[in-house]
Write a new protein. Structure first.
Length: 458
């Protein structure tokens, strides 16, 4: 079929904008524009990787680079953190092994979200039957409203409002209330979720009670105090806080290492925005052969280092890097041994990958030896969380293992006998990441548990 004849005067009828948009472009101009665009993209990437020397231009480049992430956070359901990788689809909740004549007398504090919940909540779960004994919905927005810090690391009211704050490692207090944070201010709430106090700043990872009732937490300065670093440099510190919300001590990890002639461990390396990654401050509650009440075990993930620190003197008493790699969660096993959750990383593109499975090494101060008594359990259940992770020793020799990024918690004996399993999942059995759950012993934590369950709220 012949093509229709052109309409006389059609070009003349086009608008000036149409004539501009459809004007032929010589090939050499198109190729030149492609080359300029490629060069600009490379230069933009270089500025994002090292923004500090570029001043305002560097800060602008970083802001533009984070636009896609920010848009994703603003989408509905942005607060959900789904597990990645392969896993077996299983219903959410607690499953107890029916083949065992065993009833766990303990409780667990766990952050729950998804499955139709309008916002994350903290649940007090009774492990004997899986019943939720209390559900907490702290007034996170009230705490955020008191915050005044600004930071390139996080925009608090956008990233950590009540619908997005996942309340990492919640701590149950004697009055039945909670201490919570999630790369956000550290805040205390009563059992009914009312704000009692808040300390501004970026608190993350662990929070623990010391032997004198003070809190020990991980703190990140909103703006780094270390000179000549980029806007996203993680300047970490240990923080000691009184139960009534007073900051008693704030001590930078860089200063602790420098004072003990260990600053070269990070200063002698290529620049890194996250050279320490402090993820656990574990206070010593009772003196032993190798430590004193009030000492602290610290875990520095980026250095694969665990150290024993005495705040009263400012001295590092002991430190060791490896055989663990990018570890989390140091726990005191007895008067001469500690356990470590070893993520067991290997160097891999783009950030790192697990070298097989996670491990739980035990370090013995008496023999200066590392053993792996829980290898049967970690291998049987194929424990694999690339980041995060918890290993809590229990009084009878069992271990509570949390696969944080894969949404699973198990209680197991050293030989791999499964006592119970908890799965965090939505109604479609898609796993949801966890946020450092806490085992509560009915003896030591009994009064706090009872206060939480008996609280009357109006």
């Amino acid at each position: 079929m012949p093509s229709p004849a052109p309409v006389p005067g059609a070009a003349a009828q086009a608008s000036p904008l149409e004539r501009l948009l459809f004007r032929p472009i010589p090939l050499w101009i198109a190729l030149l524009l492609l080359l300029i665009g490629a060069a600009a993209t490379i230069e933009f990437g270089a500025i994002v990787l090292a923004p500090s020397p570029m001043g305002r231009i560097g800060r602008l480049a970083v802001s533009l680079a984070t636009v896609p992430r920010t848009l994703g956070q603003l989408l509905p359901g942005g607060q959900l953190a789904y597990a990645e990788g392969d896993y077996r689809r299983q219903p959410g909740g607690l499953w107890r092994n029916p083949a065992l004549a065993f009833t766990d007398p303990g409780y667990m504090l766990i952050t729950a979200y998804g499955a139709g919940k309008p916002r994350p909540v903290v649940q007090l779960l009774r492990l004997g039957d899986g019943r939720v004994m209390r559900e907490f919905a702290p007034d996170v927005d009230a705490a955020n409203a008191r915050s005044t810090f600004t930071s390139d690391l996080i925009v608090l009211k956008r990233d950590r409002d009540a619908t997005r704050n996942l309340m990492m490692h919640p701590l149950l207090m004697p009055d039945g209330g909670l201490i919570i944070h999630d790369s956000s201010p550290l805040s205390r709430f009563d059992a009914c979720g009312r704000l009692l106090w808040t300390i501004d700043g970026i608190f993350h990872h662990s929070v623990e009670l010391g032997p004198d009732g003070n809190l020990w937490a991980v703190y990140r300065f909103p703006k780094a105090r270390e000179p000549h670093v980029g806007p996203k440099f993680s300047d970490e510190a240990i923080a000691e806080i009184s139960p009534d919300g007073r900051m008693l001590r704030l001590e930078r990890i860089a200063d602790i290492l420098d004072r003990n002639q260990l600053g070269n461990l990070w200063r002698a390396r290529p620049y890194n925005d996250d050279p320490f990654h402090l993820n656990d401050v574990q206070p010593v509650l009772e003196s032993g052969r190798y430590w004193q009440r009030g000492d602290l075990f610290l875990s520095l993930r980026s250095l694969s280092m665990v150290l024993l620190y005495r705040p009263s003197t400012g001295r590092i008493l002991w430190s060791r890097s490896g055989p663990w790699a990018f570890e989390h969660d140091v726990s005191i096993l007895d008067d001469h041994r500690i356990t470590i959750f070893d993520n067991h990383w290997r160097v891999a593109y783009p950030e790192g990958e697990i070298d097989g499975l996670n491990r739980v090494p035990v370090y013995d101060f008496a023999t200066d030896a590392v053993s792996f008594p829980y290898a049967a359990a970690t291998e049987r259940f194929a424990i694999r969380t690339r980041a995060q992770g918890r290993a809590t020793p229990l009084p009878n020799g069992d271990l509570m293992l949390e696969e944080t990024e894969r949404g699973r918690i198990i209680r197991t004996s050293p030989d791999g006998t499964l006592r119970w399993r908890y799965i965090a999942a939505d109604s479609a059995m898609r796993r949801l990441q966890l946020r450092w759950s806490r085992y509560l012993d009915p003896v030591t934590d009994g009064p706090s548990i009872q206060a939480a369950m008996k609280a009357k709220c109006t």
